[in-house]
Design a protein around this ligand. Structure first.
Ligand SMILES: [Zn+2]
Ligand SMILES: [Zn+2]
Length: 400
């Protein structure tokens, strides 16, 4: 995946240059800390819509230097907005690699367990091992990726009940899959539906789910390519503006993960301003856009603007979506980050940041579990905010 990422990155730079857009640095630095107060935008956010002609996949079957083939294919497919990593003839291998990574990452957790679907420890046909990448605890939720995929496929075929949701959300704990398990399921989903016509809604959903999975596994370059392919496909198919805006919002979040903060900022600002005009400030999509935009302001250290934006959006979210809405929690999380990272933060700001993060940490531990990456992220920031608060109290003991 690393070599592929490097090739994708070079090609991405070339394309941007051709389009007269700023070229990202050659070595894209991994963000020092986990990105996403923003994201978790999943494929189900984008509803099915119309689409158009299927991309050609030229393959003459001749034997050539594999690298030359990859580079050639990168260029050919880029024109058609089909990243090479989505080529149908590579799907089995990508899936197997992703499963192997997920099984290895879960090995300690899954030792001595069995799959809750097929009841085996190791799949007798494929030798596939177990994973667990949701919020199930104790002895619950261990499964083979292949069994989870079959379960999702059947749920979709049934047409009633959970349906598509099974591809991204565990049926036991009702929480999203995360990390490398989400990535393996993304490949499973793409493998399942890639043979359908481009206008097929399941195929479109599968592209979104693959992008989510790649993002969750921190393959951000690859996620960006798949997301851009999705955007091209949606445009070709004459998708509605709200769907285009949703995909653009996801692209902005992926830019953010890649450390392309200026690009993320521009795109999220545009999406937010269009949504305000189209839907008004109370629409959930507008509120989602406000969060993305605020995150981009935070990245650019424009703390006051980020603070004002969230101070305006949070009461609206509370009124419209309710106190327990996930989006409101994400806004409060970002607001806490804005407060404690601002060099001009007052003692009260730091106290508020700590209190807010403690509250969110309690939720994360209770609902998502201690092993969940989001819980770790909240704990990381809570630790930072507490350290700053302690330091400030030491400096000004009179205020403690
Ligand atoms: Zn199984
Ligand atoms: Zn679960």
């Amino acid at each position: 995946m690393d070599n592929m990422n490097a090739l994708l990155r070079d090609l991405h730079a070339e394309r941007r240059e051709r389009q007269g857009l700023p070229v990202p640095p050659v070595e894209v630095p991994a963000p020092v800390e986990p990105p996403a107060p923003v994201v978790e935008a999943t494929a189900q956010d984008v509803a099915p819509d119309e689409a158009a002609p299927a991309p050609a996949d030229a393959d003459d079957g001749s034997v050539r230097d594999p690298d030359a083939v990859v580079v050639e294919q990168l260029v050919d497919d880029a024109e058609l907005a089909v990243p090479p990593l989505m080529r149908p003839d590579q799907a089995d291998q990508r899936f197997e690699e992703a499963v192997a990574v997920a099984v290895a990452a879960c090995a300690e957790d899954t030792a001595g367990q069995t799959c809750y679907i097929c009841l085996e420890a190791v799949d007798p046909d494929t030798n596939e091992g177990l994973v667990r990448g949701c919020s199930c605890r104790g002895g619950a939720g261990f499964a083979h990726v292949s069994c989870l995929a079959r379960q999702a496929e059947v749920a979709v075929e049934r047409g009633s009940g959970p349906g598509w949701e099974r591809w991204h959300t565990c049926g036991l704990c009702e929480q999203l899959y995360h990390g490398v398990v989400s990535c393996a399921l993304g490949w499973a989903c793409w493998k399942t539906y890639m043979g359908r016509p481009e206008m097929d809604s399941l195929r479109k959903g599968a592209i979104g789910l693959l992008a989510d999975g790649l993002y969750d596994a921190k393959h951000w370059e690859a996620a960006l390519f798949v997301r851009e392919a999705e955007l091209s496909m949606r445009r070709r198919g004459g998708a509605s503006e709200d769907i285009i805006l949703t995909v653009q919002c996801q692209i902005a979040n992926t830019y953010d993960a890649l450390g392309l903060y200026q690009e993320s900022h521009q795109m999220s600002r545009d999406v937010y301003s269009i949504r305000i005009k189209l839907y008004g400030e109370e629409h959930e999509d507008t509120l989602m856009g406000a969060l993305s935009y605020a995150t981009s302001l935070l990245r650019l250290e424009r703390f006051i603007e980020a603070q004002l934006l969230l101070l305006n959006a949070m009461p609206v979210a509370r009124r419209v979506l309710g106190e327990d809405a996930h989006l409101l929690r994400r806004m409060r999380f970002t607001y806490a980050l804005v407060l404690y990272r601002d060099p001009g933060a007052t003692l009260d700001d730091l106290r508020e940041a700590v209190t807010t993060l403690e509250d969110i940490e309690g939720f994360a531990r209770r609902v998502l579990g201690v092993a969940h990456p989001l819980t770790g992220r909240v704990e990381h920031h809570l630790g930072n905010a507490r350290t700053l608060l302690r330091a400030r109290k030491t400096l000004r003991p009179g205020n403690a």
